[in-house]
Design a protein around this ligand. Structure first.
Ligand code: ADP
Ligand code: MG
Length: 367
């Protein structure tokens, strides 16, 4: 691993901001550190950059312990949410300044500056001052300044959060390209799950100072390890169920029995279970018993709300069990007040124990 955090914890006074966090970033990898505001992301960035000495744990770069090393001795560059360009320096001087700080010889600096300004497509703005640039151009100068010294690790702490949506999407693609072309090991911090899922090779999802899940975006989305990850990575409907029988595991869900043909689950008969299912995995029907090729479970309900999002319809259905679920569909939806049935396949169910914390020892995606 290029970067490794081992059981890192940090307290501000008595507040535990980061609680026993461990994960690594491999050479050339782009990992997104994703979580809601206040969950400890910036504290971790500062611990890697060397601006915060963690209360406990270790940070290693290329296998060497840098927990106590000063920031300037680590090969780490950081881009923050707010611009840190020097207003009295030109674009060229800003990028060169970073190289000087890293000990690049003065006769090589001009070439390196040109190379990286070309990478971000700003060569023609090299004599401009930051105030003469657009917000997007300033971000690109900061990216050039950060990658020009060829750091071991590039830390991007919510670099797009202060920008408007269309610019954010364009720069997100730009970051992906720059990362691919330079191969720089990158930790990209964001609270935006769509941004993280689009960019990252792997996600580290954080919840309240702790790691809630690590994995490839598609795997974490399809098979979330905790209810928090299920609901944070896109929308998720929660349904409650009760364990009716073991081997094969049989759940009572919406007045019906669902057989999960994998019996490795460690739950006792009669216990409550929380099931999560994605809005696009639910199917609307007009009723009738589920057939062999139809959904495994079909729960009757009433449409309470239909929202046209432009690309699809979000249909809210109040089930007979009193739970409300949201379905996504592209076809013309039924009207509010109509009686419908909501069908789902057991393979699309992710089940969690009643303690709402640990995923049960079953890979529901293979059921
Ligand atoms: P994030 O970047 O995910 O929003 P932070 O790492 O900034 O989270 O903050 C994590 C927690 O630590 C928050 O509750 C925040 O209020 C607290 N915190 C962050 N920095 C400081 C600080 N310098 N002094 C005291 N508390 C802090
Ligand atoms: Mg932050």
């Amino acid at each position: 691993m290029m970067l490794e955090l081992e059981s890192v914890s940090h307290r501000y006074g008595t507040e535990l901001a980061v609680d026993d966090v461990s994960f690594g970033v491999a050479e050339g990898e782009l990992v997104a550190l994703l979580g809601p505001s206040g969950c400890g992301k910036t504290t971790l960035v500062q611990a890697v950059a060397g601006h915060v000495r963690p209360t406990a744990g270790r940070v290693t770069l290329r296998g060497a312990d840098v927990t106590d090393a000063p920031p300037e001795s680590r090969g780490v560059s950081v881009v923050f949410q707010q611009s840190t360009l020097y207003p009295h320096m030109t674009v060229d001087e800003n990028v060169a300044y970073g190289l000087k700080a890293r000990g690049v010889e003065s006769d090589r600096r001009a070439d390196v500056v040109s190379e990286y300004l070309e990478l971000v497509d700003l060569l023609d703005q090299r004599d401009a001052y930051p105030s003469e640039l657009s917000g997007g151009q300033r971000r690109r100068v900061e990216l050039a300044r950060a990658v020009a010294p060829q750091p071991d690790v590039l830390l991007l702490d919510e670099p797009l959060s202060a920008l408007d949506r269309s610019l954010r999407e364009r720069l997100r693609d730009e970051i992906a390209r720059i990362q691919r072309e330079t191969g720089v090991t990158t930790l990209f911090v964001t609270h935006d799950q769509a941004e993280a899922m689009t960019l990252a090779d792997r996600l580290v999802v954080m919840d309240d100072g702790s790691v809630a899940g690590v994995g490839e975006p598609r795997t974490l989305y399809g098979s979330p390890p905790t209810p928090f990850v299920a609901s944070f990575l896109g929308r998720s409907n929660e349904l409650s169920a009760t364990v009716v029988r073991q081997e094969p595991l049989t759940l009572a869900l919406g007045g019906q029995e669902v057989v999960l043909s994998d019996s490795r689950v460690d739950v006792s008969t009669g216990s409550a279970i929380s099931c999560h299912v994605r809005p696009d995995d639910l199917a609307l029907g007009t009723g009738g018993a589920p057939g062999s090729d139809g959904p495994a479970v079909s729960v009757p309900g009433t449409v309470t709300r239909v929202v046209d999002t432009g690309r699809r319809y979000d249909v809210t259905v109040r089930l007979e069990t009193e739970t409300e679920v949201v379905l996504e569909q592209t076809e013309t939806p039924p009207a509010t007040g109509e009686s419908v049935s909501v069908g789902l396949l057991e393979a699309d169910l992710t089940i969690f124990g009643a303690d709402q914390r640990d995923r049960l020892g079953v890979d529901v995606s293979s059921i």
